[in-house]
Design a protein around this ligand. Structure first.
Ligand SMILES: [Zn+2]
Ligand SMILES: [Zn+2]
Length: 249
C-alpha cells in the first residue's frame, strides 16, 4: 500500500484526477483507486491501514498513557478539558496533511472533516458542545495560503454532525492578532512564548461549551493558549478536535 500512496503523492496530475473522481463523482478510493468506497473517499482496506489513535490515549491531550490521564496532564493541567484526535501523525496521514496544507488539495478537507465527524460521533462528544471554533489564522497568513485549513475541516465536520445537533460553527468571534513565526519552526519553550496573547475574543462566551478544531496537535501550545483565552471569555468547557496528534520524540 505504501508504494501506491507514494505514487499518488508524487504524481499530482493523477492525484487530482483521482481525487476529483473520488470526492466529486465518489467512485474510487483516492489513495488506491479501488472502487468500493465509503462517503469520505477512501476504501475499507486503506481506512484499515491508517494510523488510528490508540484507545489507551490520555483523555485530556491524546498522548499515549497508561491510565486515563497522562503524567504530564496531571502535573501541569492544560486549559482544555479533553482532546479528540482521529489519527497519530504517522504515515500516510503526515504526508496527506502536509499536502493539504502546503499543496493545492483543498478537497482533502472533505475527507478529514468526514473522518473527524465520525470520530466525534463515536466518542459521543458533539451533544454537549455549543460552538465549534476553528483555529484562527492571522490575515497575512491567510492571504499567503489562500485558505484556513482548520476552517475548511470544521465546515465539513459541522455539516456532517448537524443532522440532529445544535452545534454552531463560529469563525468570526476569535481573531489571531499577532503574526507569529510558524510554530513548527520553534522548540517547545519558544512555542509557548511565541503564542502568548496571540488571540483576541470579541464575544461573550459565558457558560459556553466549545470545541476548537485544528488539523494537527503537536505540543498543544496554540490550542492551550486559545483554550485559556476562551475560558477567560467565560467558556466553561473547552475541548480540542484534531485530525492528528504528534508523539513526542
Ligand atoms: Zn483504497
Ligand atoms: Zn495528557
Amino acid at each position: 500500500m505504501r508504494q501506491i500512496i507514494n505514487n499518488w503523492l508524487k504524481n499530482s496530475h493523477l492525484s487530482k484526477l483521482k481525487f476529483f473522481s473520488a470526492t466529486v463523482l465518489r467512485e474510487n478510493c483516492f489513495l488506491c483507486a479501488a472502487s468500493r468506497i465509503k462517503n469520505h473517499g477512501l476504501c475499507e482496506a486503506c481506512l484499515k491501514d491508517l494510523p488510528w489513535l490508540p484507545a489507551n490515549s490520555c483523555t485530556k491531550c491524546s498522548l499515549s498513557s497508561g491510565g486515563q490521564v497522562c503524567g504530564s496532564c496531571l502535573s501541569t493541567p492544560p486549559y482544555f478539558d479533553a482532546t479528540h484526535a482521529v489519527f497519530l501523525y504517522n504515515y500516510p496521514i503526515d504526508a496527506l496533511i502536509q499536502r493539504y496544507k502546503y499543496g493545492d488539495t483543498v478537497s482533502l478537507s472533505h475527507t478529514f472533516g468526514q473522518l473527524m465527524s465520525e470520530k466525534i460521533c463515536l466518542v459521543n462528544s458533539q451533544e454537549n458542545i455549543d460552538l465549534m471554533i476553528p483555529m484562527p489564522m492571522h490575515p497575512t497568513r491567510l492571504k499567503q495560503r489562500g485558505f484556513n485549513q482548520a476552517l475548511e475541516i470544521a465546515k465539513v465536520t459541522n455539516q456532517a454532525l448537524n443532522k440532529n445537533n445544535k452545534t454552531k460553527l463560529d469563525y468570526k468571534s476569535v481573531k489571531r492578532q499577532t503574526l507569529t513565526p510558524p510554530q513548527a519552526s520553534l522548540p517547545l519553550k519558544k512555542r509557548v512564548k511565541n503564542i502568548k496573547g496571540a488571540f483576541m475574543v470579541n464575544a461573550d462566551f459565558s457558560g459556553k461549551r466549545i470545541a476548537i478544531v485544528d488539523d494537527v496537535m503537536t505540543t498543544g501550545a496554540s490550542l492551550n493558549e486559545l483554550a485559556k483565552t476562551l475560558k477567560q471569555a467565560g467558556a466553561t468547557h473547552v475541548e480540542c478536535w484534531v485530525i492528528a496528534r504528534t508523539l513526542p520524540h
